[in-house]
Design a protein around this ligand. Structure first.
Ligand code: SAM
Length: 463
């Protein structure tokens, strides 16, 4: 097919999608948020309700860009300029400073006064971001927030942050912390990824201690042991808070039918982090019992956080905190569900096999395993291998779009490479997850899929 006929087909996809979005908004008497609109819960809800319509448009629009831009220029956009710039903006608390400045915005020299940054360099960092629709330049070197930069806003006052920078991310939505983590330790790891992945001594390693991040910091430790080092206290705290930045992508109340579990059934959250999942579930499904497990340090942090947030009743009633190393024998032997979110992608296959084998050894014949991790989708037509499993086949985009919806469904592909840099692991395809199940006595039962950015729930039962 020629480029012009592809472009016409892409244009039709864009026109049809936008017409559908606009007519849905008109019927409901709402307007689709523009980049200049505030990032409010209502506007996010409108955007989320139209994800299905937006996906092909996003995929098509990016394909138009890829087609029309020179290959040289398009390829160079894949380099790291924006990563550095967003890291500087986050570290300089620019989103919070600009929120306080209001709609008139602030000159870079005024923004810089609250920080240790050089105003001219700061302006240049903000400019590349405005070029990518993050922040807005309203007059030379004067910047305001827009809907995208508002994602970096912790909601705290600048005074509060400057007085106690270590607490900047506590209780905040999480994407600022995630950006800080990504542009600090993760980016340092990424800087060593090519060397690690091409070094014959490490290129095939399955060991956490060989990760590019460890190479960057000159250590030989797993990520979580590394976070426990005294010099990484702030990073550990930020990482814990950053997990809230990915929680919104992992739907827990939809999909798996929690209400169908009998009264008093035990749900074990294995590696529960700060326990956000359990809290959501415990508030909604009070007929279940929850056992939350993690490393002792994290359990202590989560327990304190839950109590500080006034969830004493929930804890007293139905939730138990339990320090547990998931590589050791699983102490709960009557679990209705073993739940694991964002766990398997942190570990290479041999380690996942250890974790899953421990769970299998403690499972009853009726135990369900619910794995919540992104699933990578190949970028070619499906061979129909998973047709017999409910939810096994991912949606394929119509031509001329890329079969896996390209940029519109690419979050997992980005995290995949991030994991290679940070934990020496990867995201997995359904085939790859299934291989882990087969190696450990679990059988794939079904996949609950959701519109992006939500990631799927993969359910398995004892084989
Ligand atoms: C990426 S976080 C995911 C947390 C949580 N499941 C969530 O979705 O927010 C991974 C979690 O695994 C925990 N973890 C790491 N190694 C562990 C181990 N050996 N035993 C138990 N938990 C572990 C970490 O402390 C961390 O809380």
């Amino acid at each position: 097919m020629s480029a012009t006929s592809d472009l016409s087909a892409l244009l039709r996809i864009i026109t049809n999608g936008i017409t559908a979005i606009e007519s849905s908004c008109a019927k409901r008497g709402v307007h689709y948020p523009s980049l200049d609109d505030a990032l409010t819960l209502d506007s996010v809800a409108i955007q989320e309700s139209l994800v299905e319509e937006a996906l092909p448009v996003i995929a098509a629009a990016y394909q138009v860009v890829a087609t029309l831009m020179s290959p040289q220029s398009f390829q160079q956009k894949m380099l790291y300029g924006q990563t550095v710039a967003i890291g500087v903006a986050e570290a300089g608390h620019v989103a919070e400073i600009l929120r306080e400045a209001g709609p008139k915005g602030l000159h870079a020299s005024e923004i810089a006064k609250h920080t240790t940054l050089d105003p001219r360099r700061l302006a240049h960092c903000l400019r590349i971001l405005t070029t990518l629709h993050v922040f807005k330049e309203t007059s030379p070197d004067v910047f305001t927030n827009n809907r995208v930069s508002a994602v970096l806003d912790t909601g705290k006052t600048v005074k509060e942050i400057v007085a106690d920078p270590q607490a900047k991310y506590d209780g905040a939505p999480g994407l600022a912390a995630l950006t800080g983590t990504n542009t600090d330790e993760f980016l340092k790891g990424a800087g060593h990824a090519v060397a690690m992945l091409t070094d014959p001594a490490t290129s095939h390693s399955q060991e956490p201690v060989d990760s590019p991040l460890q190479r960057a910091f000159g250590k030989k430790m797993g990520l979580f042991d590394w976070y426990d080092l005294p010099e990484n206290q702030f990073r550990l705290r930020r990482f814990g808070n950053a997990m809230r930045g990915v929680q919104w992508k992992a739907s827990i109340l939809g999909g798996f039918d929690w209400s169908a579990l009998p009264q008093g059934s035990v749900v074990v959250d294995v590696g529960g982090g700060l326990g956000g999942l359990d809290l959501d579930l415990a508030k909604e499904h009070k007929h279940l019992k929850y056992i939350y497990q993690d490393r002792p340090q994290t359990v202590e942090q989560a327990d304190k956080m839950w109590r500080d947030q006034g969830n004493q009743d929930v804890i007293d009633g139905i939730v138990k905190f339990q320090p547990h190393d998931f590589f050791g024998p699983q102490p709960v032997e009557n679990a209705a569900v073993f739940l694991m979110r964002y766990i398997l992608h942190d570990w290479s296959d041999p380690y996942c096999i250890k974790i899953l084998s421990q769970l299998r050894a403690s499972a009853t014949p009726d135990t369900k395993l619910v794995v919540i991790d992104a699933l990578l989708q190949n970028n070619c037509p499906s061979d129909g291998k998973w047709k017999h499993i409910r939810g096994g086949e991912a949606e394929i985009a119509p031509a001329p779009l890329l079969p896996n919806f390209g940029i519109a469904k690419s979050d997992e592909a980005y995290v995949d490479i991030l994991l290679m840099s940070v934990t020496n692991t990867q995201e997995r395809t359904l085939d790859e997850v299934n291989a882990l199940f087969e190696a450990t006595g679990w059988k794939l039962e079904r996949v609950h899929r959701f519109p992006p950015p939500s990631i799927p729930q993969v359910v398995a039962v004892p084989a």
